[in-house]
Structures are given as structure tokens and as C-alpha cells.
Design a protein around this ligand. Structure first.
Ligand code: HEC
Ligand code: HEC
Length: 295
């Protein structure tokens, strides 16, 4: 909403401009005292090209009048003059809502029909997979990638490695309710040396060569500070979305420096909840598509 000053500012400038256009056309058409007669030379000549005093072609002139009338009619029907809403009551919101209602009426029954099947059944149904893939491209690919393989900080959904579980219900819950992955910062609690040691132990869990004494010191710390979420065997827990640290899949990067950064600064990852704009039926189809990628 514009303040009343800017409301009138916009209205006056818009209308003055439109009427100024009209006035300009009229003014240029007036004949003047020491002007040459219509059709005669004006006396201007460049490179053998002579300017004649011809009136504007009629069709050209009418085009100007038409745009002026069009703009006035438009400003009566649609918003444009300050805070005036236009007599049609059009807004981008109700246009969007109307289009969404149309598309729900059209596609709703298709998604509802899919909901009669289980997620593993949908994962074998080419039509459902295609529908799921389309939803994925519009709603999910910006974070998880068009091939669902993810990137640093955004999990790969096409492998069999899950933060929160790959069962149909878990996938659906991730999509509908969203997820918050919280890896606390341990820099202050561990100190630089402590982080170094724990990082060495973490790397040893996936079979990397590390300094044995450092890893051993790290294990002692790990068993106190980390196992509540990552478990004693380091395989993680779906309950907290704590990743498995013993495999070769890394959410936040596999290098020693990324691992140390994760431990020192912590990580916060947010998967937004999608229940509001997808609803149960579309989520079901999407879950079928994601399930098909790893099964
Ligand atoms: C704004 C970015 C973003 C968008 C959009 C997004 N996600 Fe996510 N998603 C994430 C992040 C980040 C995580 C990891 C959360 C964590 O680490 O706790 C995640 C996690 C998930 C998980 C859990 C993975 C696991 O390993 O358990 C699933 C399933 C998932 N997303 C599916 C989807 C689907 C389907 C869509 C589209 C409807 C979608 N996501 C859209 C960022 C996004
Ligand atoms: C409160 C539960 C919790 C505790 C305690 C915890 N973590 Fe984590 N950790 C997580 C979660 C959740 C993630 C995933 C963060 C995300 O979703 O972005 C994670 C991620 C990580 C990662 C990154 C893994 C990857 O795939 O990139 C490392 C490394 C890690 N933690 C190590 C540790 C170490 C070492 C400790 C103990 C000093 C520790 N964590 C304690 C919950 C925890």
C-alpha cells in the first residue's frame, strides 16, 4: 500500500503523462505561420534527400490514439493508478489461486488414484515414476540436484545411505514435516588438539590411515561426547539424523579439514516441510519416485 502522498504522486504523474502525449500529437499537427504548405519542401535537405511537409500517415496517427485510449481503459480495469485496485478486482494472488484450483481439479484425481497403491508398488509403475520425477524437478531439484544425487550439505537421495531412514514412511515424513539436522559445535569443548584427535579417530572408522596414538586419544573423547547420536560403532542414528561415519559417504565433505570444521563449528541442515504445498497424495507419488532410485 502506498501512503496517500505517493498514491496521488503516482496517479498525477501517470495521468499527466498520458494527456501530455495527446497534447503533443495535437501540437505537432498545428500549422504555423512561416511554415511551407502541405506537401511542399520544408527547405531541409541532406545528401539529396529532401524533407517534405507531409502530415503523419493516418494509420500511424490512429495507432497513437489507440494506445492512449487503451491505457485509460486498462487503468480503469486493472490496478495501476496508485492504490486504486481496478474495477475487475484482479490481483496476482487470485490469478495464482485460480490457476492452482484449476490444476488441482485436473490433476488431483490422478494423484488420488496413485494413493491407492503402496510406495514400493508406485516405484515399479512407470507412469507414477514419471509424475514423481516431474514433481521432483519443480520442488526438490534446486537442493538435491536434478538427478537427486545431492551435493555438499544436501544428501544424495538415490543411494541406499539414509540420515533418517529409507523406509516409505520415513521418506514421506522427511518430505511432509521437513528435517532439522543438528550437529553441535565441539570446538570449545575439545580444543584444537582434541578436535585433531577425534577427527583422526573418525577417519580411522572408514579405514583411512591416521596417526594411531592420535586416533586412540580421539576414541576416548568420541565415546564420551559423540556416541549419544553417532552410536558407539559410529554407524549413526535415524532418530537424530546423525550420519554413519564408518562409510565413504560424506554429507559435509570427506577431507580432513572439512571433518575438523564440522566437529569444531557444528552443522545445521534444514530440509523444509512440504506438506502445505504438496499434501499427502503428491508426497506419496514423490516418495514412490525416490524409493525407485535406490530400490
Ligand atoms: C531448501 C533445500 C531443500 C529442498 C527444496 C528440499 N530438500 Fe530435502 N533435504 C534438504 C536438506 C539440507 C536435507 C538434509 C537434512 C538434514 O541433514 O537433517 C534434506 C533431506 C531430505 C530427505 C532425507 C534424506 C535422508 O537421508 O534421510 C529426503 C527424503 C528429502 N530431503 C527429500 C526431498 C524432497 C522429495 C524434496 C522436494 C519435495 C526436497 N527434499 C526438497 C534440503 C532440501
Ligand atoms: C546431538 C547429536 C550429535 C552429537 C552429540 C554429535 N553429532 Fe556429529 N552429527 C550429528 C548430525 C545430526 C549430523 C548431520 C548434520 C546435518 O544434517 O547436516 C552430524 C554430522 C557429523 C559429521 C559429518 C558427517 C558427514 O557425512 O559429513 C561428523 C564428521 C560428525 N558429525 C562427527 C561428530 C563427532 C566427532 C562428534 C563428537 C565430538 C559428534 N559428531 C557429536 C549429530 C551429532
Amino acid at each position: 500500500m502506498l501512503t496517500s502522498f505517493f498514491n496521488w504522486w503516482v496517479i498525477v504523474i501517470t495521468l499527466v503523462n498520458i494527456f501530455a502525449c495527446y497534447w503533443l500529437i495535437k501540437w505537432t499537427m498545428k500549422s504555423r505561420p512561416n511554415e511551407s504548405a502541405a506537401g511542399e519542401s520544408t527547405g531541409h535537405k541532406w545528401d539529396d534527400v529532401e524533407e517534405l511537409n507531409n502530415p503523419l500517415p493516418k494509420w500511424w496517427l490512429w495507432m497513437f490514439y489507440f494506445t492512449i485510449v487503451f491505457s485509460l481503459i486498462y487503468l480503469v480495469l486493472y490496478p495501476g493508478l496508485g492504490n486504486f485496485k481496478g474495477t475487475l478486482g484482479w490481483t496476482s494472488h487470485n490469478q495464482y489461486d485460480g490457476e492452482m484450483a484449476d490444476s488441482d481439479a485436473k490433476y488431483g484425481p490422478i494423484f488420488a488414484a496413485f494413493s491407492a497403491k503402496s510406495v514400493p508398488e508406485l516405484a515399479k509403475d512407470p507412469e507414477a515414476i514419471q509424475a514423481g520425477q516431474r514433481l521432483f524437478s519443480s520442488y526438490c531439484s534446486q537442493c538435491h540436484g536434478s538427478d537427486a544425487k545431492g551435493t555438499t550439505g544436501y544428501p544424495n537421495l538415490s543411494d541406499n545411505d539414509w540420515l533418517y531412514g529409507g523406509e516409505p514412511d520415513m521418506i514421506k515424513q522427511s518430505i511432509l514435516m521437513g528435517r532439522n539436522g543438528v550437529m553441535p559445535a565441539f570446538g570449545a569443548a575439545l580444543g584444537v588438539k582434541g578436535v585433531e584427535d577425534v577427527a583422526a579417530y573418525v577417519q580411522s572408522m572408514s579405514g583411512r590411515k591416521v596417526d594411531a596414538a592420535s586416533a586412540e586419544a580421539g576414541k576416548a573423547q568420541f565415546d564420551v561426547m559423540c556416541i549419544a547420536c553417532h552410536q558407539a560403532d559410529g554407524k549413526g542414528s535415524y532418530l537424530f539424523g546423525a550420519p554413519n561415519l564408518t562409510d565413504k559417504t560424506w554429507l559435509h565433505g570427506s577431507t580432513a579439514s572439512r571433518i575438523k570444521q564440522t566437529i569444531t563449528e557444528g552443522r545445521l541442515s534444514k530440509m523444509p516441510a512440504h506438506n502445505e504445498f504438496l499434501g499427502e497424495d503428491k508426497t506419496h507419488v514423490l516418495a514412490g519416485y525416490i524409493y525407485s532410485l535406490s530400490n
